[in-house]
Design a protein around this ligand. Structure first.
Ligand code: AMP
Length: 125
């Protein structure tokens, strides 16, 4: 469900289709709240996308409309994936794009998980 003033959730966006199994993905994790898979165009040696199972367009949508259980379940899944992959040492980066200025391309909320080398500056010049 979109927040007021933002477009409605597009049920045929590419991540919705991955969740429905209509498009293949390289799955790394799944539970009641979250699904995670390798990014098709990795920007680091490890580049995982973690998405909630619910239909949320963006972080703005998820953070206002999702239940406490969905938010907690999703955030715990992100941490669990990083632990399972042994990324806590030497570390990793999480990133979530929201809206035009961020360059968000896929309108289903997702967190990027980057790791595998020193990741440089937080924001491109
Ligand atoms: P964002 O710009 O934050 O919306 O990121 C969208 C990400 O989805 C990009 O890093 C793309 O490489 C990735 N992506 C797009 N299509 C697929 C796909 N079919 N499987 C895996 N990753 C994808």
């Amino acid at each position: 469900m979109p927040i007021s003033g933002l477009p409605p959730y597009e049920t045929n966006n590419i991540f919705a289709r991955i969740l429905r199994g209509e498009i293949p993905s390289k799955k790394v994790y799944e539970d009641e709240w979250a699904f995670a898979f390798h990014d098709i165009n990795p920007q680091a040696p490890t580049h995982i996308l973690v998405i909630p199972k619910g239909a949320y367009c963006s972080f703005a949508d998820f953070s206002t409309e999702a239940s406490d259980a969905e938010i907690a379940g999703f955030m715990r899944a992100v941490g669990q994936i990083a632990r399972d992959l042994g990324l806590e040492t030497p570390g990793y980066r999480l990133l979530a794009n929201m809206g035009a200025h961020s360059g968000q391309e896929v309108p289903h909320f997702h967190v990027h998980l980057f790791a595998g080398k020193p990741l440089g500056r937080m924001i491109a010049e």
